[in-house]
Design a protein around this ligand. Structure first.
Ligand code: UD1
Ligand code: UDP
Length: 384
């Protein structure tokens, strides 16, 4: 019996670790699973925990309003160390590129516990973009023992950094496993405002923004573009679940309030969000996870960033990097909203990120690592 500590704390890392926790828990004779929530996010974490019915064994309740990266890092490493000392797990699992991810792997390293990194190998090769995530994931790769790369591109990036190929596995991204759990045909939304919006039978443009490198002017430019679009297309509803980071929340409300067809709403729980996504016409976002989910439904995505560590869907044509320039965002979105041919060209359901089996592969690899099995791992290959 091996003890696996799964560490998570924000909305995206929890969504993407949920399928792995579910798979690990099926193997009761092999694994004891300890779930540790740093709660780097509070409300947005709880929304995910409820959807996947996860009751963490430990909840560090770290989040402070307007927390600084340094404070967050310090509080998280101290609190995690106490738990790792007490629980002495045989492996720690972390996901992605948040402070919880990096600090979780660092705390494990200090206790000489091997780390498995889910969604390893994403790179822009620009230290400040995304900030601080590019460095968080590089530091995590340096520490990790097992690297669960979502795509071949990610695997190659890790190899380039001299990480041994025998410890890197292309699993696909667990984000698609999570989607398959949450998206339902006859879904009824828990937020009644959404039912009302949908009952208007108008096209929906779904929006999200939160990235630190976009704070200030860049994000203001994106909001202005959205405002112009909303004014030009009164028959389209723009639904914007606004991230709880006060910097983001204040800026978005300042720029987009009081428009009849722009709905600034609280973050949606994961099921409401992805089911709304499945009914959307266009997505405008700076989110990493949303960039991976949209292509699953064949919904065109305009990404409010200048670089992306997720080049696959850009290559396939479902995702366009539009940057943060107000005029550029406006004109590209306008073209898509008014020209069916351009829209159709982008709206093809391709799935470069996963096939719903990423968590199964991840757990098979962990079983092999501990000698419970010698399974041949059938790596993820995308189908066009
Ligand atoms: C964090 C991650 C980022 C990830 C994003 C996903 C870091 C440094 N950043 O950014 O990589 O893409 O989450 O959303 O790890 N807040 C609340 N309630 C919540 C969540 C946040 O009030 O449920 C507010 C708090 O004031 C908090 C602030 O947002 O201090 C910032 O949260 P933090 O996790 O530090 O950064 P994010 O911008 O959310
Ligand atoms: N998401 C959600 N509710 C929302 C907005 C997004 O559950 O109101 C989900 C979305 O489906 C995706 C994840 O949150 O899986 C993305 O998180 P976020 O954009 O906060 O972080 P990133 O992926 O950029 O790190």
């Amino acid at each position: 019996m091996k003890k696996i500590a799964v560490i998570f704390g924000t909305r995206p890392d929890t969504i993407k670790l949920a399928p792995v926790i579910i798979e690990l828990k099926k193997l009761k004779k092999q694994f004891q699973v300890i779930t540790i929530a740093t709660a780097q996010h509070r409300q947005m974490l709880d929304q995910v925990l409820n959807v996947f019915n996860i009751r963490p064994n430990y909840d560090l309740d770290i989040m402070q309003p307007n927390q600084s990266l340094a404070m967050l890092t310090k509080n998280t490493v101290e609190a995690l160390d106490l738990i790792l000392e007490k629980e002495k797990p045989d492996m720690v699992l972390v996901q992605g590129d948040t402070t919880t991810t990096f600090v979780g792997s660092l705390a494990a390293f200090y206790r000489q516990i091997p780390v498995g990194h889910v969604e390893a190998g994403l790179r822009t090769n620009d230290k400040l973009n995304p900030f601080p995530e590019e460095i968080n994931r590089r530091l995590t790769s340096t520490i990790a023992e097992l690297h669960f790369a979502p795509t071949e591109t990610a695997k190659n990036a890790l190899k380039k950094e001299n990480i041994s190929g025998k410890n890197i596995f292309v699993t696909g991204n667990t984000v698609i496993d999570a989607l398959e759990i949450a998206v339902k045909k006859d879904y009824s939304f828990s937020v009644t405002a959404l039912e009302e919006i949908l009952s208007q039978k108008k096209k929906i443009v779904l929006l999200t923004m939160h990235r630190r490198e976009n704070w200030g002017e860049p994000m203001r430019g994106a909001c202005k573009a959205v405002k112009k679009l909303a004014q030009l297309y009164p028959n389209i509803n723009f639904v914007f679940p606004v991230h709880l980071n006060p910097v983001v929340k204040d800026l978005v409300h300042e720029n987009l309030e009081n428009l009849t067809n722009v709905f600034l709403i609280a973050p949606l729980d994961y099921s409401d969000f992805v089911n709304l996504m499945s009914k959307s016409y266009l997505i405008i976002t700076d989110s990493g996870g949303v960039q991976e989910e949209g292509p699953h439904f064949g919904i065109p995505i305009l990404v409010l960033r200048t670089v992306t560590e997720r080049p696959e869907a850009v290559k396939y044509g479902t995702v366009k990097l539009v940057g943060l320039d107000e005029n550029k965002i406006f004109s590209i979105a306008k073209k898509l909203l008014s020209n069916k041919r351009d829209y159709k060209k982008m709206a093809s359901a391709v799935n470069p990120y996963g096939d719903g089996l990423a968590a199964v592969r991840t757990v098979q690899i962990i079983q092999n690592y501990f000698g419970f099995s010698k399974q041949k791992i059938k790596e993820f290959v995308p189908h066009k």
